[in-house]
Design a protein around this ligand. Structure first.
Ligand code: FAD
Length: 463
């Protein structure tokens, strides 16, 4: 009898419930990963994300091999090919039980339901474990027994749950046999991206990033996290998105490295962001329409979006004539990552000032981001577009010029990414307004476009 651990969105040995279960007995353990480039393309996964995935997979294969666990990497084109490939692997290797961590998007859940039937039919057991969140996705309910759709009461319950259930990590497995040669990665070199060379792949690198953040920057996080010129945030989102790190490991690391009695007392502001992540994952789980990119507020489907065209292209290219938006979009191109405040500024500019459908921005972010992650990306876009639950009220529209004065007061971030206007001094830098040769005039009037957005939202439901 052989147990199989099927890695999906959990490329790690530490705190991996499915791996712990697979290794619980004395049976032989093998591992597999089924890369699905066709599916990745359909989900708009960026080469940045795929590059980090493959480098992390390479490291995972080496780590498993050192423990005597072989990793079978079997490329398929799409999800629909999963059943046949898994069944073939089970037949070849005499596998009778498969363990995997749950995935929460609609297609993935459907795939797992279908697979459970197909595998059971062949006498193969399929066990699924809760993962990806600190608090299990269906744990917290309102007094009426419905899922939370507003963050503040959700986070109150989240913290209560965390305080009464301190996370216990699943230890990485011990060696199960003599070391093996590491597996060879399939030829997927088209996914190579030089934009993310700043990020090392694999679990050890992810822990170094997490621990370095806690030791050096956590203390100032609450004060500095909104300033994009300061490297004040953790930048661990790419590792969390691929499951190279678990969010539970973040809580435990904070507590251990700060010596705090509870994680909350050490790092409430930072861990509240992990709670936001859990909140968006449970929304995706509870409301399947979010996986289909439908608005959480159905009435907003009637908004008369502007044709995307040249404005969308200018936004993508970082040539809108609004320096903070352009700096943000150029950071995204160059590094595959964007600061959280700028994601909100760039998304609001696209959806409110240019009045372009949020789904086009959501898709473009997914095509670029190294940390592209459906629950958080969808949540962030629907928040910014005021189509989501507990979103920014439609009349509270960030002014990107004011945002730059507040959060990039010295202009350091803008000067770095928009060198053509770096010589400007004072307020001129935040809004050159077409006065610099080689830098565009604003593609939209901020005041008028803000008013247009408010009127269109107000008109919803009146016609
Ligand atoms: P830190 O500030 O160090 O926060 C720690 C962790 O908490 C992050 O790594 C992340 O996992 C989580 N987190 C932080 N802020 C949020 C948030 N607002 N919502 C959910 N989780 C959060 N995050 C993604 O991981 N993937 C995405 O595709 C994504 N798309 C976004 C799109 C838009 C329009 C917006 C407004 C936000 C998006 N975010 C996304 C959330 C947030 O911007 C990033 O998680 C954060 O910038 C990552 O940087 P960090 O690791 O330094 O975060």
């Amino acid at each position: 009898m052989t147990e199989l651990i099927w890695f999906r969105n959990d490329l790690r040995l530490g705190d991996n419930p499915a791996l712990t279960a697979a290794c619980a007995g004395n049976a032989a353990v093998e591992a597999c990963f089924l890369p699905a480039p066709g599916q990745w393309a359909e989900h708009d996964w960026s080469p940045n994300r795929t590059d980090l995935l493959l480098r992390s997979l390479d490291q995972l294969g080496r780590d498993l091999a050192a423990l005597g666990i072989p990793l079978h990497i079997r490329p398929i084109d799409r999800f629909t090919d999963t059943d046949a490939e898994l069944l073939a692997l089970c037949r070849e290797r005499g596998i009778t039980r498969i363990h995997a961590n749950e995935e929460y998007a609609f297609n993935e859940r459907n795939r797992d339901h279908r697979l459970t039937r197909a595998l059971n039919h062949q006498g193969i057991a399929f066990h699924i474990y809760r993962d990806q969140t600190v608090v299990p996705v269906d744990q917290l309910k309102t007094g009426n027994g419905t899922p939370y759709t507003v963050f503040t009461p959700y986070s109150r319950q989240w913290w209560r749950w965390v305080e009464s259930h301190p996370p216990r990590l699943h230890p990485a497995p011990a060696a199960r046999g003599a070391p093996l040669p590491p597996p060879t990665l399939p030829e997927l070199t088209a996914w190579r991206s030089e934009q993310v060379d700043w990020l090392a792949g694999g679990e050890a690198a992810a822990h170094r990033a997490l621990e370095g953040f806690i030791d050096q920057r956590l203390g100032a996080y609450a004060d500095q996290r909104n300033y994009p010129a300061i490297p004040a945030t953790s930048q661990i989102s790419p590792y969390l998105a691929l499951g190279v790190l678990s969010p539970r490991q973040c809580l435990v690391a904070v507590q251990q490295r700060t010596g705090a009695e509870s994680p909350a007392s050490a790092a409430h502001t930072w861990l509240n962001e992990i709670a936001w992540r859990d909140f968006y994952i449970q929304l995706l789980y509870q409301f399947p329409r979010l996986s289909r990119h439908q608005a959480f507020k159905p009435e907003t489907e009637a908004l008369p979006w502007e044709p995307a065209g040249a404005n969308l292209e200018a936004w993508k290219a970082g040539h809108t004539g609004i320096p903070l938006v352009d700096a943000a979009m150029r950071q995204l191109h160059a590094t595959g990552w964007m600061h959280n405040r700028l994601r909100m500024v760039a998304a609001m500019f696209l959806t409110k000032n240019l009045f372009v459908d949020w789904r086009l921005g959501e898709q473009y972010f997914m095509q670029q981001l190294v940390d592209g992650y459906l629950p958080s990306n969808n949540g962030g876009w629907q928040w910014s577009a005021s189509t989501g639950t507990d979103a920014a009220p439609y009349f509270r529209i960030f002014n990107p010029v004011t945002q730059s004065e507040r959060f990039d007061p010295e202009g350091t971030f803008i000067r770095h990414w928009v060198p053509e206007i770096a010589h400007l001094q004072g307020k001129k830098l935040f809004n050159p307004n077409g006065t610099v040769a080689g830098y565009p005039a604003p593609i939209v009037d901020l005041k008028q476009s803000r008013q247009r957005a408010i009127e269109r939202f107000k008109a919803l439901g009146k016609g």
